[in-house]
Each structure stands twice: as structure tokens, then as C-alpha cells.
Design a protein around this ligand. Structure first.
Ligand code: SAM
Length: 1018
């Protein structure tokens, strides 16, 4: 492709990409996120949009651009819901989930190929992680390479990209054990489009269900040989079923099922509380014959007749426990006593101190009355620690940590969730269930003797590692995150997953099939592990088990739940298998280009002759990828060992690579615990590593290639440092687009540095003959060219943080097209990125603020001298008023004003940022303006609020003195800010400001003027 502009350097469907990206967070079936946990996966919509716009040329005219942008993103539709909320959605385009198969995608694939002289462009993601970007590159027909240093990520990339790519369009006969299973065949026939009646008849015809065989006219397939061949996703299902069937034989005794004697009528009427253990057949399935054998069919057919009803266990609920430091009673650590609080279904665990004071007795209270005291439902844990139900002593968190480290933090089973005919029921554990831990403990050694590397005793991250809380409670090895029975369950699934390789030999699968199927089954073990650790909770509102990685950190859970892997409930093995097979099915449709997956550092040599690098690198201390994902590394290493030489090489180490001090290379995250607590060194190592990676990208790209990088850090310093590294590596930054991408809960912690909006910056290679620039000329060029772009974006209807960020990228071109920018007046000095960006921000933010300050909708020159805090205030207030606003967007504003959100919250006391929302504080909620000693150089917004405070107090003398001291009567900019805030305010605040304005003799705008004004920022 000629080195002409790309679409992304001129226009981009920002709004549509954001809407469809955010929508994707609700998507489940078939989505890449369901294949395997990986932190911070980018939405496919964002990746697809960025790739198309980077690979396609800019059509050159505004109207053609608009057409192309619409073809990619569709049109934005707004609708007001009954509750008055405005909902935005897209219509058309190819970004929304399920529109990836729209016919326009074929057109995009063709146009992309055309743009690269009929060849598939070569695209690389060197920080590919969970694979969203390379998946979309493959879908668009590119010759794609995905690189990640982490072995778990490498494994996920193979499952995401490589196996579907190798096996797309290939089908083969299902193994006979699957074809002999009525349920499996029924599901498969359903997928082939057979109606329920046809399926029923066919199953009978095949002899898979009882009843007389039917004539061939009535059945679709009268012979197993006629059942159509199946694709990879169905072979994964078949072998997963094989694993489950094998595991059931071993595990049934560890997950006993009990029956109650009751009627089959709904709701079932309990005849007694007696429980009977249900015996099992050799294959681990339930055998009701010994329990109900005495009843004939006639009796059992009448639902009003009582009989034994099996109620398989869904989950066991546990509490951690310690000995009370005062009375030595066994103290259960429970955050809640609610077992279920779902509408009228209100069930709680009761806790009664034992008479002998040795501990507590649990009970189950059904039909808990509404309005029950919190003391009866809130458990023993509070923020300060745990309170002993026997003596009332509080064990502090420090006490609990000490108990943990001394090995005295144990666990006790509190209750059992079972599946009844009318929904979930709760009961106390039987003695046999309580003793399960000992039985599992006894089994562990034998079981893990058969598994490479044995029980996972690999060390967990240390207590100072980024984001890790649980090591503070004495959890030292990865096995500590599982109860003995959970380990037995996982070990059993690993054992049978490994056996599949041998069992497949008799079915003549080729190597790609064998490796692919084994890998997806290993992924199923991981998915199951995510639901089978002692960090899973019971969700008492919706009655399901939650998973380990709700956040990418490992916080301790005091009360946890343990799933029954054989149960078919949320978290059980068959669910894991289903999610994974659905993804495989989706991925098989996305295989339009070649794919290579490599495990290496992005700082090492990358493949050459690339047309585009599109990537989403790690950001400082946002996410502890390798430390948290070692949770899976230890299981994958066991499940996959021996599968191939490549697997054994990649998983040769017990844990994933962290930082190699000798090579000065490794995972690029800012984690001081890897540098003996030296924060400076850790930050420097991260920044140097990123700079090196950008240099490798420069070398790997063709001269007309493009580098497109996602930036998702909320600190202006971080953004400046990374952008300077990109520029130093030889790139010209020429576009930037903000995209709202994330579910807010993707972050490690909501207060961490990750953003819910990210900025995608676009760079091209600087010519090797580029010469140093001079600051005055660079600034002049930026000021000359920028207004056109500002007007272009403004006229295109881009507003708010989107506007500010869309304009920042192009403004950087003037600076970054020089390898270095010297200062004309200071020989030997250079202008750094941060200084240049300050000038850019002034231009861009001032343009936007000017729209707020002026009454006629044109830029106001005074905006240039406005301080950044007041600039932020005006932008925020004009967009969101005093209502809750999305934190991501506000953080984008703050960065573009050169402020951090922490400074706005803590230092300036201007905004409340909590979780996903940010809210401006009302003038009377702020403490700064109440200070008598308000600094004369304080931001103008503080001065306005100080005056309001003095006025409200009725202290006219102080008001006049304040005005006089600071010369506010003649301060034009102050007057404009005051007027702007009047226009943005209502009711009492507005009256107060109007009184102040009148006191100045100021002109208060009419309501109509205000209405006109408020349209400006629509
Ligand atoms: C933000 S994540 C990428 C997420 C990805 N875009 C997705 O959609 O799933 C950053 C990735 O960089 C990887 N990484 C960290 N240091 C690396 C290095 N030196 N070389 C290659 N990859 C590295 C991490 O393992 C992580 O997967």
C-alpha cells in the first residue's frame, strides 16, 4: 500500500465502537471471554474497528469518509426508556456482536486485500494476551501473528486462533461412545435442525431410547453411519463427555447424593426429615432401585404418593474458622448468615453458641421474616475483624492474619445446597459429608502420584506482590487455594484429560485434532478450577456459585462455597465444557487468514515486513498478569505435559516468567516486589522495557506500516512517558481516538490505574531523513494546523472527552515528525513531550472550554489563561452537571487537562470518584473554599465557591474584602467563569450566583440565553 493516509488518521466511528464495545460485556455464548479467563481482554468491536480503519486507506473526502465510517459502525440510535433513561444503540455496521458475519465483512476483507496489492496484510500483536486483536485480524483475512510472553496466554492464543484455523471446514465421524449416548445424539441432532418430534423418533429408530423401532420414513437417520460428520466443537464435546463419564466413576463417592422421603407433587410435601444416601451404579450414576424398588409403577405414577426423591448436591458452603483468642471456642468466620435472599425465599444459617462454650451449632431457618434484625443475618465478620459468638471478643484482621500465618486458619462446612424438584434447598451437612475432607486427604497422594509434578505445591506470589491479598493470611502454595476434595476433583479431571490422548488413538484422529481436543479439554479443567477454589462465594440473591477471578486479584473469602463438579449446576464441569465448545464453534467461522502464535518477549526480535502492529500493552501496575494467571499455569502444566515438545518447552518452568534480572527482561509490569521493594527501579524497568518493545516494533514494520496502540492508564505522566517512548523509537503520532471499552469490573480493583475508556493512538514510521525541529516552529505549525482539525471534529458532532482526545493525536504530528525538538532560546535544551502536550492541551481544552465560556458558541480567547482545575470543572459541569457521571470519561477529561483524577479528588476536593462513577461536588460540599487562607493563586473555581460561601454567611464585609484583595471586579476571566457557572446552574445555586453577579453589577443572562448556551455542548 502507498504510504497514504489511512482512514483511522482522518476519521473513526468513535461513538459506535464505544456503544458496541460496552454492549459486548453482556455477551456470553460463543464469546472469546468464555474460552478461558484472561485479564483485560479488549472487546472484539474495538479491535475490529481499529483494524479495519488502520488497514483501509482514507477515501480522501469528508462525504466518502462519512460513508465508510457508517459502513463500519452503522448509525447511532437513541431511545428513551420508560424510566427516562436515554439508551444508545447502533443500527447496521459490522461492530455489534453477531454482525461479524454481515455481508459487509466480505466487502471489508476484499477492500483490505485490494489495499495491499491483493495480498493478505501482515499484522502482529506483540502483547496479544487473550487474543481479541489477533482474532479480529484473522477474521479480516490478515496474515496474523500473536505473541505473548506468558505461557497461559500463549496456550489461550493457540486455542483461540490456531486450532480453529487449522481445523475450520473439517468434519469427521463422532466417536462411537458419543453416538451411543442418547442425550448427546439428541443435542447433536438439534444442532442439525431436527424438530423435537423428529429427534424423538430418530433416537428410537437408532435404538437409543425405549420403544419400538420406527420405520425409516419416520426417522431422519436410521443408522449411526448416517449421522452427519461433526466439526471440532462437537468432537470437543464428545471427548469432554468421555472425561466427565470417567471422572464420575471416581468422584461419585466424594459427592454423595441423599434423598428425602416426599411426594413428587409440586410443591413437594416432605413426609419426614430423614435422609437416605442414594447408592450409585458402577459408573457413578444414581441407583434409585434400592430406595424405591418396593413401589410399583402405578404407585410412582401418582405424584401424590410419597417416595424417596434424590436431591443431588449443588454446592457445599464453608466458613473459615479460628480459635477465639479469649475463650478458645471455635469461631466461624462468616460474612453473612443469609443462604438465600431471593424475593420471598428467605433462608438463613442460624448460629447458636454451644452450652459448653466450645463453639457454635448451626441450624437452618426457612421463611425468615422480613425486618429481621441485622445482628441475626450479618455473620461474625465485620470490617474490624471477627466477633466470637461465645464470648463477644473481637479478633482483629491482624489477629486473623497471624492465625493464618501460624497455620491455624482452618475451615468448617456450614451447610449444603441441594437441587430439589422445586428449586434449590438448603440443609445441614451429614456426618459423612463433614468427614469428606479426611477421605479426600487420604486419596490425594495416590491420585497425584499419577499426575506429572504432583500436588501443586508451587509457591504463590509473596505478600507484597501486586494485587495479592491472600498470601497475607499464610497461603503460600497454589494448592492452598483448594480444599482437599477440590484438589481431588481437579486431579481427577486432569488425570482423565491426560488419558484422552491415549484413548483417541483408536479413533484415527490426526495430530492437529489430537492436540486441539486435548488443549480444549485442558482449558475446561481451568474453567472448572476457576469455579472450584476456596475463593468462590455463594451468591445468595441468585443462588449460584461465583468464580475465583471476579477481579484480577486474589482477596481472601471468609465464607466460601465448593461446587459439585458432577451436578450440572453453575460451575460444574459440563458447564465449562459447554462454554468452551461454543467458543470453538464461533471461532471456526472466523478463520479467514493465516495465523502464527509465539511465546516470546515483545522486547526480542519480532517477525519482519509487517504491515500493521495493533496492540494493547500492559500498563504499569494495572494488572498482575503472570502472578494471578499462575493459578492456571500450574494446572495447565499438569494437564498438558507430554502433549508435544513445544508444550513441554513453553511450560518447562513451574511458574510463568516474571523478571529475569540477568537478562533485564521479562514481564513488563511495574511491581516493586520484584525489585526488592525499589519502586523507582521497578518503574524504570517497565518503562525501559516498553521503550525497547516499541523499538522492536519500529524494526519489524514496513516503511509504510502503522502502529496502533491502546493506552489505558489514567495518569497523565504515564501517558506522556509511553508516548515519548513511542516517539523516541522512531514513530510519528498522528491520530488518537478514545473508546469506551471495558466493563468497569475488568480492573484489578476499581481504584487501580486501569481505565474504563482507553485511547487508541496511531503512529507511522518517521522518515530516516527527518531532521531535528525547533520548538517555536513546531508550536507554530501545531497552532496553524490544529484549528482546522478542531473545527472538523466539532462540526462532525464530536463532543466531550471524545472531542478533546480526537484532536490531541493529530496535534502531536507537528512534534513527533522530528526525531528531537530543540529549544531555540535555550541552546542544548530540548522540548520534551510533556511540555509540548501542555501546549496541545491548552489549545484543545481551551477550544472546548471556550465553547462553555462564550455565549455565542464561538471560541473564547480568554480560555487560554484559565487554570486547569477550573477548565476541568467547566468541562465536567457542562457535560454532566452535578449528576453522577461515568468515571472513565471524567478521567479522560482530567488527563487532557493535565490533572490526575486523584488530584481532583484528594488535592482539589472537586470530584468524588467512586467505582465507575464520578460526581462533581456541590459548592457547599467542598472544604477548600471554606478556608480563610485560600491561596490568591487558587483556581478560579475555588474563588467562585469561596465567594458563594462568604455570601451565604451574609458576611458582606468579607465578600467585599475578598473581591478587593484579588481584584475580581476587573478580572474578566473570573467574570466569564462566574457567568458560565450561572448558566450551568439551577435553583438556589443559581440565585446565589446571580446575587453575587448583581453585586458586581454584572449582567445576568436571560433564561433564553442560557438555553442557547446549554445546546452548545450537546
Ligand atoms: C493488556 S494485556 C493484552 C490483552 C489483550 N489485548 C486481550 O484482548 O486479551 C497485556 C499483555 O502483555 C503481556 N506481556 C507482558 N510483558 C510482556 C512481554 N515482555 N512480552 C510480551 N508480552 C508481555 C501480558 O502477559 C498480557 O497478556
Amino acid at each position: 500500500m502507498e504510504n497514504d493516509r489511512r482512514l483511522i488518521e482522518a476519521a473513526f466511528p468513535i461513538k459506535q465502537t464505544s456503544i458496541d464495545s460496552v454492549h459486548e460485556k453482556n455477551v456470553r455464548h460463543g464469546h472469546i471471554s468464555t474460552l478461558h479467563i484472561w485479564p483485560a481482554r479488549r472487546p472484539l468491536a474495538a479491535a475490529r474497528s481499529a483494524l479495519i480503519a488502520t488497514l483501509l486507506p482514507d477515501p480522501g473526502t469528508e462525504s466518502e469518509r462519512r460513508k465508510l465510517v457508517k459502513k463500519i459502525g452503522g448509525e447511532v440510535k437513541t431511545e428513551t426508556t420508560k424510566s427516562g433513561k436515554v439508551k444508545e444503540s447502533t443500527e447496521g455496521g459490522v461492530l455489534h456482536w453477531k454482525r461479524e458475519d454481515n455481508p459487509e465483512m466480505d466487502e471489508f476483507r476484499e477492500r483490505i486485500r485490494e489495499a495491499f496489492d491483493g495480498q493478505a496484510p501482515k499484522v502482529l500483536d506483540p502483547f496479544a494476551g487473550g487474543g481479541a486483536i489477533p482474532l479480529e485480524a484473522m477474521r479480516l483475512g490478515c496474515d496474523t501473528t500473536a505473541i505473548d510472553l506468558n505461557p497461559v496466554a500463549w496456550f489461550i492464543l493457540k486455542c483461540t486462533l490456531e486450532y480453529p484455523q487449522k481445523l475450520a471446514g473439517k468434519e469427521r465421524t463422532l466417536p462411537d461412545f458419543a453416538l451411543e449416548d442418547a442425550d448427546f445424539v439428541d443435542q447433536y441432532l438439534k444442532k442439525q435442525g431436527l424438530t423435537p418430534a423428529k429427534r424423538r423418533d430418530t433416537l428410537r429408530g437408532l435404538g437409543l431410547t425405549e420403544g419400538d423401532a420406527l420405520s425409516t420414513q419416520q426417522v431422519m437417520f436410521s443408522d449411526m453411519n448416517q449421522i452427519p460428520d461433526a466439526d471440532l466443537s462437537w468432537h470437543v464435546r464428545a471427548w469432554g463427555k468421555w472425561v466427565l463419564d470417567e471422572a464420575r466413576k471416581d468422584l461419585a463417592e466424594f459427592y454423595p447424593t441423599y434423598a428425602h422421603f416426599e411426594t413428587a407433587e409440586k410443591p413437594a410435601e416432605r413426609k419426614s426429615d430423614e435422609l437416605k444416601r442414594v447408592p450409585t451404579h458402577n459408573d457413578g450414576t444414581l441407583d434409585m432401585e434400592p430406595l424405591n424398588g418396593e413401589y410399583g409403577d402405578d404407585y410412582l405414577d401418582d405424584d401424590t404418593n410419597p417416595r424417596w426423591v434424590a436431591k443431588p448436591t449443588v454446592a457445599y458452603l464453608w466458613a473459615r474458622k479460628v480459635s477465639c483468642k479469649s475463650c478458645r471456642a471455635t469461631l466461624p468466620l462468616l460474612k453473612t448468615q443469609w443462604l438465600c435472599r431471593d424475593g420471598d425465599k428467605r433462608i438463613r444459617l442460624t448460629i447458636e453458641p454451644k452450652e459448653d462454650g466450645s463453639g457454635v451449632t448451626f441450624g437452618i431457618e426457612r421463611d425468615v421474616p422480613k425486618g429481621i434484625g441485622q445482628d441475626l443475618t450479618s455473620g461474625t465478620m465485620s470490617r474490624s475483624g471477627a466477633t466470637c459468638p461465645c464470648c463477644g471478643t473481637t479478633m482483629t484482621m491482624a489477629d486473623l492474619r497471624a492465625e493464618g500465618k501460624a497455620g491455624d486458619l482452618e475451615q468448617m462446612m456450614t451447610s449444603v445446597v441441594i437441587d430439589g424438584p422445586n428449586g434449590k434447598e438448603y440443609r445441614l451437612p451429614t456426618d459423612e459429608e463433614r468427614a469428606s475432607t479426611d477421605r479426600a486427604e487420604a486419596e490425594l497422594e495416590n491420585l497425584f502420584d499419577e499426575i506429572p509434578f504432583g500436588v501443586p505445591t508451587e509457591p504463590m506470589p509473596g505478600e507484597n506482590a501486586l494485587g495479592m491479598r491472600i498470601p497475607k493470611y499464610g497461603f503460600k502454595e497454589w494448592k492452598d487455594l483448594f480444599t482437599s476434595r477440590q484438589l481431588v476433583a481437579l486431579g481427577t479431571f486432569v488425570k482423565h484429560t491426560r488419558r484422552v490422548r491415549e484413548a483417541m488413538k483408536s479413533f484415527d484422529y490426526g495430530p492437529a485434532w489430537r492436540e486441539g481436543i486435548s488443549a480444549y479439554l485442558a482449558s475446561s479443567v481451568d474453567r472448572f478450577a476457576d469455579y472450584n477454589s476456596n475463593l468462590c462465594n455463594w451468591d445468595n440473591n441468585s443462588e449460584y456459585i461465583t468464580h475465583t477471578f471476579q477481579r484480577f486479584a486474589l482477596p481472601i473469602k471468609w465464607d466460601f462455597s465448593s461446587v459439585n463438579p458432577l451436578s450440572g449446576s453453575t460451575g460444574a464441569y459440563d458447564g465449562a465444557l459447554d462454554w468452551i465448545s461454543r467458543y470453538v464453534s464461533h471461532a471456526l467461522q472466523a478463520t479467514n487468514g493465516e495465523v502464527t502464535v509465539q511465546q516470546q518477549s515483545a522486547t526480542s526480535q519480532l517477525p519482519s515486513d509487517l504491515d500493521a502492529i495493533v496492540t494493547d500493552p500492559p500498563y504499569y501496575d494495572a494488572i498482575p498478569y503472570s502472578d494471578s494467571m499462575d493459578f492456571f499455569h500450574v494446572w495447565l502444566r499438569r494437564s498438558l505435559h507430554g502433549l508435544s515438545e513445544e508444550f513441554d518447552n513453553v511450560f518447562s518452568e513451574p511458574l510463568s516468567p516474571k523478571w529475569d534480572h540477568g537478562k533485564e527482561d521479562g514481564e513488563l509490569i511495574d511491581d516493586a516486589s520484584r525489585f526488592n521493594g525499589d519502586q523507582e527501579r521497578s518503574k524504570q524497568a517497565y518503562e525501559d522495557g516498553m521503550a525497547e518493545a516499541f523499538e522492536r516494533c519500529y524494526e519489524a514494520l514496513n516503511d509504510d506500516g502503522r502502529l496502533c496502540i491502546v493506552f489505558a492508564n489514567k495518569s497523565p505522566d504515564a501517558w506522556e512517558t509511553l508516548v515519548s517512548a513511542v516517539i523516541r523509537a522512531g514513530f510519528v503520532v498522528d491520530a488518537s481516538w478514545p473508546i469506551e471499552t471495558e466493563m468497569i469490573n475488568r480492573t484489578r480493583a476499581q481504584s487501580s490505574a486501569a481505565l474504563s475508556s482507553s485511547i487508541w493512538i496511531v503512529c507511522r514510521k518517521r522518515s530516516e531523513t527527518a531532521r531535528p525541529g525547533w520548538d517555536n516552529q513546531v508550536l507554530q505549525e501545531m497552532r496553524e494546523t490544529l484549528p482546522d482539525r478542531l473545527r472538523q471534529f466539532w462540526d462532525a458532532g464530536i463532543r466531550g472527552p471524545d472531542f478533546v482526545w480526537s484532536a490531541t493525536g493529530p496535534a502531536m504530528e507537528a512534534y513527533s515528525k522530528h526525531p528531537v525538538v530543540k529549544k531555540a532560546d535555550e541552546p542544548g535544551e530540548t522540548m520534551e513531550v510533556s511540555e509540548f502536550l501542555d501546549h496541545v492541551r491548552r489549545e484543545v481544552v481551551d477550544f472546548a472550554v471556550g465553547r462553555v465560556l462564550s455565549r455565542n458558541g464561538h471560541a473564547d480567547d480568554d480560555a487560554e489563561s484559565l487554570d486547569k482545575v477550573t477548565a476541568y470543572y467547566l468541562l465536567h459541569r457542562s457535560d454532566y452537571g452535578l449528576a453522577e457521571a461515568p468515571a472513565g470519561a471524567c478521567i479522560l477529561y482530567s488527563i487532557s487537562c493535565g490533572l490526575s483524577d486523584d488530584a481532583l479528588d484528594d488535592q482539589y476536593d472537586l470530584v468524588d470518584i467512586s467505582g465507575s462513577t464520578a460526581q462533581l461536588k456541590a459548592w457547599d460540599e467542598r472544604s477548600r473554599p471554606q478556608e480563610d487562607s485560600l491561596d490568591p493563586t487558587a483556581p478560579l473555581i475555588d474563588q467562585v465557591h469561596r465567594l458563594m460561601y462568604l455570601w451565604k454567611q451574609g458576611d458582606k464585609a468579607s465578600v467585599d474584602a475578598f473581591i478587593e484583595e484579588r481584584g475580581l471586579s476587573d478580572h474578566d476571566l473570573f467574570q466569564k467563569v462566574l457567568q458560565a457557572i450561572i448558566e450551568l446552574s439551577e435553583n438556589a445555586e443559581r440565585s446565589l450566583l446571580e446575587s453575587i453577579s448583581n453585586h458586581f453589577g454584572g449582567q445576568v443572562p436571560t433564561r433564553q440565553q442560557s438555553a442557547e448556551q446549554s445546546e452548545l455542548f450537546d
